[in-house]
Design a protein around this ligand. Sequence first.
Ligand code: ANZ
Ligand code: ZN
Length: 836
Amino acid sequence: MSQQTMGQGASGHQAAEEGASNYDVASVEAKWLPRWEEAKLFEPADDGSKERRYVLDMFPYPSGDLHMGHAEAFAMGDVVARYLKLRGFDVLHPIGWDSFGLPAENAAIKRNAHPAEWTYANIATQASSFKRYAISVDWSRELHTSDPEYYRWTQWLFLRFYQRGLAYRKNSPVNWCPKDQTVLANEQVVNGACERCGTIVTKKNLNQWYYKITEYADRLLDDMEPLKGHWPERVLAMQRNWIGRSEGAHVDFAIEGIGHKVTVFTTRPDTLYGATFFVVAADSALAAELVTEEQRAELEAYQEEVKKLSEIERQATEREKTGVFLGRYASNPLTGERMPVWAADYVLADYGTGAVMAVPAHDQRDLDFARAFGLPVKVVVETGEEDPEVSGIATAGEGKLTNSGSLDGLSKTEAIPAAIALLEANQSGKKTINYRLRDWLLSRQRFWGAPIPIVHCPECGEVPVPDEQLPVRLPENLRGEELAPKGTSPLAAAQEWVNVPCPRCGAAAQRDTDTMDTFVDSSWYFLRYTSPHDEQAPFDAEAVKNWMPVAQYVGGVEHAILHLLYSRFFMKVLYDLELVPVQEPFGALLNQGQVINRGKAMSKSLGNGIDLSEQLDQFGVDAVRLTMVFASPPEDDVDWADVSPAAATKFLARAWRLARDITSSPGVSAAEGDRALREQTHRSVAEAAELLDAHKFNVVIAKIMELVNATRKVIDSGAGAADPAVREATEAVAIMLSLFAPYTADDMWEQLGQQDFVARAAWPVVDETLLVRSTVTAVVQIQGKVRERLEVPADITEDELRELALAAENVQKFLDGRDIRTVIVRAPKLVNIVPA
Ligand code: ANZ
Ligand code: ZN
């Protein structure tokens, strides 16, 4: 359905229809907003009287006011929440703010203020915009992660992880953004640059805190199985890739002149006889250790070059291969053959063991390297493809082993375990599983976050702050420049805050000065919503049991990996701690698209930004919401240049006038009403329910539009505004419309003489007998001769009838593959086909 359809259809009746009192967006909004607030419509009963459903929109960050992206995401989530409520569920639909983080801190530094000022002012602005936008949330559960009442529990949870050995500190090279002066998780480095500011990221050795997410890698993978069909497949795929489980073997190689063996990770131990050289990561400690004195200068020059590349560039297959011979030889543990040892940048220091056995015949990157440096290529699996040395293409398929001693004749699948058995027998290798996933680096040298609740004591070492001393509050006296990072955390400068007695022995000790990654805050907020004011625990076990998992989570695909992975990890740890009874936080996930303008993402530099509040002022909240949802299926982008909120306003007025014109009373039986309209009403309601379950919200709106048009037709031509079928239809319109345009819907509901709010109405009950369409016989002619008779619905459209007729068996037979010149359709009774 196109946007044009929205406002049109009134034609000749428009004047009469618009005659009486009319729809006024501003006064309708002004009338309902205070009434809703007072009625607290969306606080769940939470007493078990109804089945519970938890609907959640991804956590907003308090940057300025709401923007078009929020408007789309929250419009989608609200459709689901309002629908479930109408279907009789007790719905939990909360809101709060992910209010720690860098932007607040940067703003505070610039304005010589405290980050709390900027943060809470923005929250106030956004909250009032959300209210105007009529999101059906329970405001009594509002929370902010920067409130001490909240971060007290973020710290408490950290300590539970710590006690379980799942939070630890280690010194290691980390990604460092020189501009933001902070560490970044691998995930926050995009193409070698800081995700936030675009500065090229460097490495720095630092003592950092980690969460041991790697311990949960297998469960994070396995537990995705039941999410299939409920989460977008691409999100599951991204999670799977991020975890990157691969099965293979560790193989130990002796290196001449080096006192210990060097281990490689390989997924293809079956190709061991085809390994012709050995490669270590150029930037690894191993390369520096293995290199001979003669080759050292060359390696160091090469390392300088490598530093300038991003990880993505290093792994790109099409790049020309570079490397340095290290002057040493490794020996193949099965054959004893000598293999030269090289350093190259295509091998990564922090994957596997940072070293590989190179099998150029069967691995493309190894082959490219071998061809660049004239190293031998030895085929050990006969796949039937062209010789890699000739074609330049490594062969990776199934085949029989050759040139491989006792493995000869085995298939690749058989040879993998056989090779592992050989390695295990001579104690030079074993089966292993390798993951791409790294532990979660959670500490930040920034101010505006939850302080890590650890004290460093010269006597006792790391000492957890006792639970009853939580929260460890942020100092309140730092402002402006004092908050700026100086390579260490700004908290380090707050001496009176840092210096505390050791909680264990009383000696002079110091607080940890790092704060937590804000992803920690958002990894458990959905649990807090179930009992947001609990002062004894982060969440009430019973409340979690009642509400979790979230029935529908709604948000952007930009959170496909980290936020979802971290939240899933948290759930599993909390499950193991016996704090929650469920292991997966989000039962279903919906990713809405983006709002773009003229084909491009909105940006300052393109000057194509659209201001949400201007749109709301011009067209009204309902029209903007309706436009967002009507534009496309929720997953697709909405191009604001292609839609027409003005048409949406027109359509809403048209729907509203149905309610205005009705003269029958509430409760009147529709039984004697216009039969065709009744059928359409019941069919629309039944179809809308199915479409809503399938998240085809835009099509639901199209159905409502059709029903509005049909109802107007009956008012104008049939039994008129007094027909009880007109009331039935208009009530259905108001209820269905309330998912998208709550102001208009409530005003219609009131005009219809209903006492309560439409949000408290029930979804209309479908009368199954009205779903059976009345039928007529349609005649299909070919060149004027009747060739087929079809029983079709009386209200079949021309397109539907044309399609049915052309597909009919007899018609196909008589046409006998001939092309068709014209098809004349007179729905519902006649089709005439003229072959070419
Ligand atoms: C020999 C071999 C022969 C390999 C063959 C592949 C095919 P995934 O599946 O991604 O885990 N490898 C191991 N460590 C590496 C590192 N640090 N940097 C770059 N490459 C590394 O890939 C595992 C394979 O990638 C390993 O198996 C290894 O090459 C390479 F016909 O070993 B293979
Ligand atoms: Zn101590």
